[in-house]
Design a protein. Structure first.
Length: 151
C-alpha cells in the first residue's frame, strides 16, 4: 500500500508541475490576433506591452529551455574576458570553494587539536566560540562580501 501511495504522490507531483508550467506558458505567450478594441484607460493601466498584445517581458518555459540548451551545448567557450561558458565559470567557482575549504581546514584542524589537547587554550577561546556559535553562517556572508569585495 505504501508503494501505491508513493507512486500516486509522485504522479500527482508531476501533474502539478506540468500544470504550473502549462499555465506559465499560456500566461506568457503573446496574444494572438488583434482582438476587440481595448479601452484606452485599460490600456494605460495594464501597460503598453499587454495593450498591444506583444510578447511578455517574462520568458516562457520554452524560451528558458532553449537558453539552457544553448548554454549546455557549448559549456567551455571563451569569447573575451567577460564572456565565458558555464563550464568554465563552474570550474572557477568550484576552485574557489575548494581553496576556501583548504584554507579553513589548514587553520581549523590544528586549532581544534590545540583546543582539545590544552585545557588552557580551551578555556581561553571558549568565550569567543560561545559568542560566535549561535550566529548563522548566512549572517557571515554580507560581512565576508564587504570585507573581500575585490576578489
Amino acid at each position: 500500500m505504501k508503494t501505491s501511495l508513493g507512486v500516486r504522490a509522485g504522479l500527482l507531483s508531476v501533474l502539478i508541475f506540468v500544470a504550473i508550467v502549462g499555465i506559465w506558458q499560456v500566461a506568457t505567450m503573446p496574444a494572438a490576433g488583434s482582438g476587440p478594441a481595448m479601452d484606452p484607460e485599460y490600456a494605460k493601466l495594464v501597460g503598453a506591452a499587454a495593450a498591444t498584445g506583444s510578447k511578455s517581458a517574462m520568458p516562457t518555459p520554452a524560451d528558458i529551455g532553449a537558453t539552457i540548451w544553448k548554454h549546455l551545448a557549448d559549456p567551455f567557450y571563451v569569447r573575451g574576458s567577460n564572456d565565458k561558458g558555464i563550464g568554465i565559470q563552474l570550474a572557477y567557482s568550484l576552485g574557489r570553494v575548494l581553496l576556501g575549504f583548504g584554507l579553513a581546514a589548514l587553520v581549523a584542524i590544528p586549532l581544534g587539536f590545540l583546543i582539545g589537547m590544552s585545557p588552557l587554550v580551551y578555556r581561553a577561546l571558549d568565550p569567543f566560540i560561545q559568542i560566535l556559535k549561535p550566529v548563522s553562517p548566512l549572517a557571515w556572508m554580507p560581512l565576508a562580501l564587504y570585507t573581500i569585495k575585490d576578489s
